[in-house]
Ligand binder design. Sequence first.
Ligand code: NAD
Ligand code: MG
Length: 396
Amino acid sequence: MSRSQQITVLGATGSIGLSTLDVIARHPDRYQVFALSGFTRLSELLALCVRHVPRFAVVPEVAAARTLQDDLRAAGLSTRVLVGEEGLCQVASDPEVDTVMAAIVGAAGLRPTLAAVEAGKKILLANKEALVMSGALFMQAVRQSGSVLLPIDSEHNAIFQCMPLDYARGLEAVGVRRILLTASGGPFRQTPMAELAHVSPDQACAHPNWSMGRKISVDSASMMNKGLELIEACWLFDARPSQVEVVVHPQSVIHSLVDYVDGSVLAQLGNPDMRTPIANALAWPERIDSGVAPLDLFAIARLDFQAPDEERFPCLRLARQAAEAGNSAPAMLNAANEVAVAAFLDERVRYPEIASIIEEVLNLEPVVAVGDLEAVFTADAKARLLAGQWLSRHGR
Ligand code: NAD
Ligand code: MG
């Protein structure tokens, strides 16, 4: 049998990181952990190192690195600790690495993910914000390096599974009419509009079907997550925004669908557990056990579908507008959203103000071309500044 695949897990201490390690641990003959990164919860990172014995661990700063290095030595491990973005880029592009799970949340994941792309790695992309920010540059780098890019987001993994193998020829060429992107509608799908000003971060994070990190949970509640996913789908499958339709499907059993010109609609179904798309991408084009229970259609009994309500979910409208505007607009949308969601999680802004902040930032700043990574980070910084000004003007 061929040698086992060396895997770097960026964002190992998060929800996707832990699910990835769960799948990897089921297949010790196939996969070996090369590196793990964490940002907070460093005692958990230590426990993960003890369990998976990586060659490298990456932490955000020098003091944390010293502590972790001492603890690793005391545990009898020779794992080397690296620091910061440089360390992340190193373990993402090391010649010995085959596959990189990009599961850092937010813009912080962009440089390390791109480093993996440029080194021609197989990329398991969970970090949708990286692609939203820099779509054109990111996809160009994928083409140049010949890197294999596999989507982890459950919807995009579902679409990938429902597409023909040669979909890169273009959607029209392979007979695809539309992509149907499903959304659960999150915890506030039916909450009276007047109550939305008073919902707490914990209520926003109590997703009915999925257990996820706090930032993406808030994005799911506001449906910004679906907006980011719309942009993500356009880049991954070379679609125009008008070719991607959002369908609210509260049970989260169908993870997305592809509609063909002959009237066939292919869907991927499964229990809402991220280990399915993770196992699919890890082993692609083979199939491996993920630990996910078989789908029980009799227990589910029914599947419902609704059109999304953009008045209830203004973030979805803002994301679609940014998708259509292209250029710097998605990076600005993403950065303003990151600032607004962090402020909401800190209880400095109310839930409906997340959309107000993003809308103001997008209205204030003209859309410009982003020809290189520096221009992307300039747009990102500008949006963070404007969102910060909103917060100070409102005394937050
Ligand atoms: P999480 O908050 O649970 O974990 C985030 C990880 O990133 C942690 O390991 C954390 O230590 C690390 N991190 C945070 N800030 C960092 C920084 N500034 N620098 C370096 N590392 C940092 O988040 P998650 O739910 O696992 O989501 C991770 C990514 O996957 C997100 O982009 C999210 O949109 C995407 N995603 C998640 C799910 C899910 O079910 N959780 C589904 C689809 C897509
Ligand atoms: Mg998703």
